[in-house]
Design a protein around this ligand. Structure first.
Ligand code: ASP
Ligand code: MG
Length: 466
C-alpha cells in the first residue's frame, strides 16, 4: 500500500450529516485500497457566518455574536447527533471550539477592532469543527482517523487572510506529523483553509482556500494523486447555466485549469495547481453528488490538438483607465505606481491592456475592490492629479470579462479573429483585448449586458459543446 491519495471535501460535501456520510464512505472505501489523507472545508455557509459575526463584534453588536454562536453550536451538534452513536465527546469538542470562537469575537467587541490575525484564528474554527466531526464518524465506522489542525502543518508567510505556504517547512511538518499516522493505517483529517506562520501566528489562505490546502498537503507528502470532491461533474467547456450544450472535459492541463480558475470558473481555487507542478501530481475534480461521473483529470500536459477548450466569464468586475495628461511624465512610471497602489491594498489585476501611443492603460479588477483601489490610486497620484500630469481616473462598471482558454491557441491561425467576429456578430462591443501574456488565453472585456451572449457565441463558434 505505497500509494497515497489526498482527497479534499468542500463545503457542500460537508454540508449535512447525509453529505458527511457520503464523504466518509468515499474515504473508507479508498482506505481499503491505498493510504489516504483528507482535507475538509467548513460546512457550507459557515465561514460566511463566522466572518459576519466578527464584523458585528467589531461594531459592538453583542446580541448577534450570541445568536450566531448558538446557531453554530446547534448546527454542528445536531450533525454530530445524526451521525454518531455516542456524540457526547464530539459535542463537548464542539462546545469548546465555539467557546474559543466566542472568546475571540468578544475580544473584538471590547476593542472595537478586527485584527487580521485574530480573524484568521477565528474563522479557521469552521474547518476545525468539520474535521472533528468526520474524524470521529470515520473512527466509529471502523476507519481509524485523526483530526489535525493545519496550523500545525501548513507553514505560511504572514499575509493574514491570503497567506502563501513555505513549502520546505510545511513538508517537514507534514511528514513528521502524518507519516507515522499513515504508517499505522490511520486517515489524517486536516483542516482546509488555514495555516500558521513560522512563529505560530494563525493564518488563512484566502476564501475558497481549502483546495489550495489539499494541494499543499499532496505536494508535501508526495501523494500519487489529489482528488477534489465538489458538487459538479468536473471542469466544463462553459458554465452550464449559461450554455445548454456545455460538456465536461475528460482531461485538461494544469495551465488550462489554472487559467480557467483565474478567469472565473468556480471549480478550483486559482492557486491550487501551483504546488503540484514540480512533482507532476495529477488532480481529479470529482462530484461527490454523482459518483458515477468519472470527473475531470488535470495533468501536466496533453496530446490533444491545440485549440480552444473552454470559455469562462466573470461579471462583477470594473475597468479602471489611467492616462498621463502630458508627454512629460513617464508612462512606465505611472503604470508602475498604479500597479504598486493596487498591490498595497491587495487587489488583483484580472487583465491589463495598454496603448503605447498615449501611454494610457486600463486594468480590470473585482467590483467589490473598486472603492479601496480608487482610494489607493488617489493617494498615490494626489500630486500628479493636482498639477494636471495625470487625468482623473475613468471607471467603467458596466463591463464583463470573458476568457477563451486552450493550450497552444496561439498556434492556431485565425482563431482570435473567429472569436472576435463571433462576438461582433452578436452586436456586442469589445472594450479591451489581452492575449500576449499567456499563450493559452484570450481575454476580452465586453459590455456587461453582452457577456452571456458572447460566451454562448464563442462556445458555438469554437464547437466546444457536446
Ligand atoms: N471555508 C473556506 C471558505 O468558505 C475555505 C473553503 O471552503 O475552501 O472560504
Ligand atoms: Mg471551494
Amino acid at each position: 500500500m505505497s500509494q497515497l491519495i489526498v482527497m479534499k471535501f468542500g463545503g457542500t460535501s460537508m454540508g449535512s450529516a447525509e453529505r458527511i456520510k457520503i464523504a466518509a464512505s468515499i474515504t473508507s472505501e479508498q482506505a481499503k485500497k491505498s493510504r489516504v489523507a483528507i482535507v475538509v472545508s467548513a460546512m457550507s455557509k459557515v465561514t460566511d457566518l463566522l466572518l459576519d459575526t466578527l464584523r458585528h463584534a467589531e461594531s459592538g453588536d453583542k446580541a448577534t455574536i450570541e445568536k450566531n454562536v448558538a446557531n453554530l453550536c446547534e448546527r454542528h451538534k445536531q450533525t454530530a447527533a445524526d451521525l454518531l452513536a455516542d456524540p457526547g465527546p464530539v459535542q463537548d469538542g464542539i462546545d469548546a471550539l465555539a467557546a474559543e470562537f466566542e472568546r475571540i469575537a468578544q475580544g473584538m467587541l471590547l476593542l472595537g477592532d478586527r485584527p487580521p490575525r485574530s480573524v484568521d484564528e477565528a474563522i479557521a474554527i469552521g474547518e476545525r469543527l468539520t474535521a472533528l466531526i468526520i474524524a470521529a464518524y470515520l473512527a466509529e465506522q471502523g476507519t481509524p482517523a485523526q483530526a489535525i489542525n493545519a496550523a500545525s502543518v501548513v507553514v505560511t508567510d504572514g499575509v493574514f487572510g491570503n497567506a502563501t505556504p513555505i513549502m520546505e517547512a510545511t513538508r517537514a511538518k507534514a511528514n513528521s506529523l502524518m507519516q507515522p499516522l499513515l504508517a499505522q493505517g490511520d486517515v489524517p483529517v486536516m483542516t482546509g483553509f488555514n495555516g500558521a506562520t513560522v512563529d505560530g501566528k494563525p493564518t488563512t489562505l484566502g476564501r475558497g482556500g481549502s483546495d489550495f490546502s489539499a494541494s499543499i498537503l499532496a505536494a508535501a507528502l508526495d501523494a500519487s494523486e489529489l482528488w477534489i470532491w465538489t458538487d459538479v461533474d468536473g471542469i466544463m467547456t462553459a458554465d452550464p447555466r449559461l450554455v445548454k450544450d456545455a460538456k465536461v472535459l475528460d482531461e485538461v492541463t494544469y495551465a488550462e485549469a489554472a487559467e480557467l480558475a483565474y478567469n472565473g470558473a468556480k471549480v478550483l481555487h486559482p492557486r491550487t495547481l501551483a504546488p503540484l507542478v514540480e512533482k507532476k501530481i495529477p488532480v481529479w475534480s470529482k462530484n461527490s453528488f454523482n459518483l458515477a461521473a468519472p470527473g475531470t483529470k488535470i495533468v501536466p500536459s496533453l496530446e490533444e490538438p491545440p485549440g480552444a477548450r473552454a470559455v469562462t466569464s466573470m461579471a462583477n468586475v470594473a475597468l479602471v483607465s489611467v492616462e498621463p495628461a502630458s508627454g512629460a511624465i513617464s508612462g512606465t512610471r505611472v503604470m508602475a505606481r498604479a500597479i504598486d497602489a493596487l498591490d498595497i491594498v491587495g487587489a488583483e489585476v484580472l487583465t491589463l491592456s495598454s496603448s503605447s501611443y498615449r501611454q494610457s492603460f486600463c486594468f480590470l479588477i473585482r467590483k467589490d475592490e473598486l472603492p479601496v483601489v480608487l482610494k489607493s490610486l488617489q493617494d498615490a497620484f494626489a500630486l500628479e492629479i493636482e498639477h494636471g500630469y495625470v487625468n482623473p481616473f475613468l471607471v467603467d462598471e458596466n463591463v464583463g470579462l470573458l476568457a477563451v482558454v486552450g493550450e497552444g491557441m496561439r498556434g492556431v491561425a485565425g482563431l482570435a479573429g473567429r472569436v472576435f467576429t463571433a462576438v461582433s456578430r452578436e452586436g456586442i462591443s469589445i472594450i479591451a483585448i489581452a492575449q500576449g501574456s499567456s499563450e493559452l488565453t484570450i481575454n476580452l472585456v465586453v459590455s456587461r449586458d453582452g457577456l452571456e451572449k458572447a460566451v454562448k457565441a464563442i462556445h458555438a463558434e469554437c464547437q466546444l459543446g457536446a
